[in-house]
Design a protein around this ligand. Structure first.
Ligand code: PTJ
Length: 245
């Protein structure tokens, strides 16, 4: 039990969720290391969403709303931290949810599927091993893609990746949106839109942004994208990392 007045309450709460997800077979053991790396970057940005991350979130919402077949890719860490928000976002955007794991096992797929169903999801892609395609050029199990989901998608949200997939997906003509606290990661550098923020802050903001941009015209959405430059924005994000004594 974490005391609510603990100065690091929010951070400890997230750790608790991560450990619990590991014990329940949702998280890969490496997922705990990944979370720790994320925590370190979050510390350095003051644990708040920067103006550049807000810009990237707006561009991400516009891209997802303009998409013909948007897919939200879910791994262990995403399911552990923001399962409800992923389901809500998929409803707002009419987007598919697909489980895609680096450390893929049938047990973990089933455990994550259960979490997503518990959070309200009905259709979940990527679970039927007999009905998966493979994306050329990716050596890890993350190459798997369901035919109607990631394989056919024009826009894919890939939070907390480790870089082997984003580049190939971009090369195959897809728009890739990532959420990664590390602005120097391969995923952040290779993606079409990189949101350098904690996924637990980004998802509610992305839901709200999508709800408000849904009322806008396609031209307005396209103009948001014309005025967004991911490389420039990522450089601005990097500047928000401050080492204070
Ligand atoms: O569930 P699986 O099998 O697909 O495995 C998932 C992990 C995350 C273990 C795997 O993709 C991996 O090893 O990823 P990496 O290489 O550790 O990269 C994860 C990135 O996510 C790192 O750059 C972290 O800084 C970042 N990160 C960690 N926690 C958060 C985060 N970014 C946003 N929000 C977080 N809460």
């Amino acid at each position: 039990m974490i005391p609510k007045n603990h100065p690091r309450y929010q951070s400890l709460l997230l750790r608790h969720k991560i450990v619990k997800a590991y014990k329940n077979g949702i998280l890969a053991d490496s997922g705990m290391i990944a979370h720790g790396r994320g925590e370190a970057f979050d510390y350095l940005i003051g644990e708040k969403t920067s103006p550049s991350a807000h810009k990237a979130i707006k561009a991400a919402a516009a891209t997802l709303l303009l998409s013909q077949n948007p897919v939200l890719s879910v791994n262990g860490n995403t399911a552990a931290l923001v399962a409800e928000e992923i389901v809500e976002l998929s409803e707002v955007l009419d987007a598919k949810i697909e489980i895609n794991l680096f450390y893929r096992t049938e047990e973990r797929i089933k455990a994550i599927e259960k979490v997503l169903i518990g959070a309200g999801a009905s259709d979940i892609y990527g679970t039927d091993t007999t009905n998966l395609k493979f994306i050329d050029g990716i050596e890890s199990p993350r190459a798997t893609a369901s035919p109607q989901g990631i394989f056919d998608a024009d826009v894919v949200l890939v939070p907390l990746e480790d870089g082997d997939r984003a580049e190939i997906l971009v090369q195959s003509g897809k728009n890739i949106i990532t959420i990664d606290l590390n602005p120097l990661s391969r995923t952040s550098k290779m993606s079409s839109i990189s949101i350098m923020d904690n996924i637990v802050r980004t998802l509610p903001l992305l839901i709200n942004e999508s709800l408000s941009l849904k009322k806008e015209s396609k031209n307005t959405l396209k103009n948001i994208l014309i005025n967004f430059n991911n490389e420039k924005n990522l450089k601005e994000s990097l500047k928000t990392i401050e080492i204070k004594k």
